[in-house]
Design a protein around this ligand. Structure first.
Ligand SMILES: C[S@@+](CC[C@H](N)C(=O)[O-])C[C@H]1O[C@@H](n2cnc3c(N)ncnc32)[C@H](O)[C@@H]1O
Length: 252
């Protein structure tokens, strides 16, 4: 019957039927809708007990008061697990209260790898004066509070965490590592982000993972994306733009 209909139906009518069928699809059931992203894709990780524990540890730092960002944290945990398979230290540039870092420090078995460190770099008091004017406009007035003491107190429970206080790029040379397996960049400002990439790129091990937190999150972060793309292009480094707004690079 279907075949017969197909044969006798004029093509204009076929097109009309197809259009009706496509447009009358039931509204998808959203499996995830937060942090600028809405999808019907399977999000089983939300029910995963290990993920929930790591996420809760991140949230317990007091980070992310404005809203949850489960898929971004899930991506960071995947990147960290991938890097864990390699030899090398972990570095995060732009830590604030340490949400992402605490999630990773909870998720991975750090006590079994005592030689590995997770270096956490931040002024712990917001953008340095000279960068505040060029930082992503939506964040120019953020992170001004001095969070050094509470962060120090909170991260004492993670012996692998090494806090480095001060402005990037000046503090980059304080990272006592020549082998980096995981690099997270989350400063909401193009200049120190590119400086961190330039500094760590030669120190990243093959297969090492670089996660750019706000790479393509929104137009308000365009300056960062443009600057990072400009750094990457002549080196032939492909950057994966993720639906979460993050950027992902694998060191080859
Ligand atoms: C978005 S927050 C980091 C959030 C964090 N990754 C998390 O897991 O919640 C950005 C941080 O970058 C820091 N920052 C910005 N520019 C910096 C620079 N040039 N040197 C050091 N820290 C900087 C700010 O102090 C702020 O704490």
């Amino acid at each position: 019957m279907k075949d017969l209909l197909r044969r006798v139906m004029p093509s204009s009518l076929k097109k009309w039927v197809k259009k009706q069928v496509l447009h009358n699809q039931p509204t998808p059931t959203w499996t995830y809708a937060e942090d600028g992203m809405c999808t019907m894709h399977i999000a089983d990780f939300l029910e995963d007990k290990h993920f929930q524990k790591a996420y809760a540890a991140g949230k317990a730092t007091g980070a992310w008061p404005e809203g949850d960002l489960h898929w971004r944290v899930y991506t960071a945990l995947w990147a960290a697990r991938q890097a864990w398979l390699l030899q090398g230290d972990f570095v995060e540039c732009g830590v604030h209260l340490g949400g992402l870092a605490a999630a990773i420090l909870t998720d991975l078995p750090w006590s079994k790898s005592p030689k590995r460190s997770f270096y956490l770099l931040d002024t712990f008091a917001g953008f340095p004066q000279e960068h505040r004017v060029v930082a992503a406009e939506v964040h120019r007035d953020d992170y001004r509070d001095d969070v050094w003491k509470p962060v120090q107190a909170h991260f004492k429970r993670y012996p692998s965490a090494k806090l480095i206080k001060g402005a990037i790029p000046q503090t980059l040379s304080l990272v006592n590592s020549t082998k980096v397996a995981y690099l997270s960049i989350d400063m909401n400002c193009a200049e120190p982000e590119v400086a961190a990439l330039e500094y760590f790129w030669p120190r990243l091990v093959t297969g090492g993972v670089v996660l750019l937190d706000d790479y393509a999150f929104a137009e308000s972060y365009r300056r960062q994306k443009d600057a990072i793309d400009k750094w990457a292009a002549p080196l032939g480094i492909p950057i994966l733009s993720l639906p979460t707004g993050q950027g992902l690079i694998i060191r080859t």
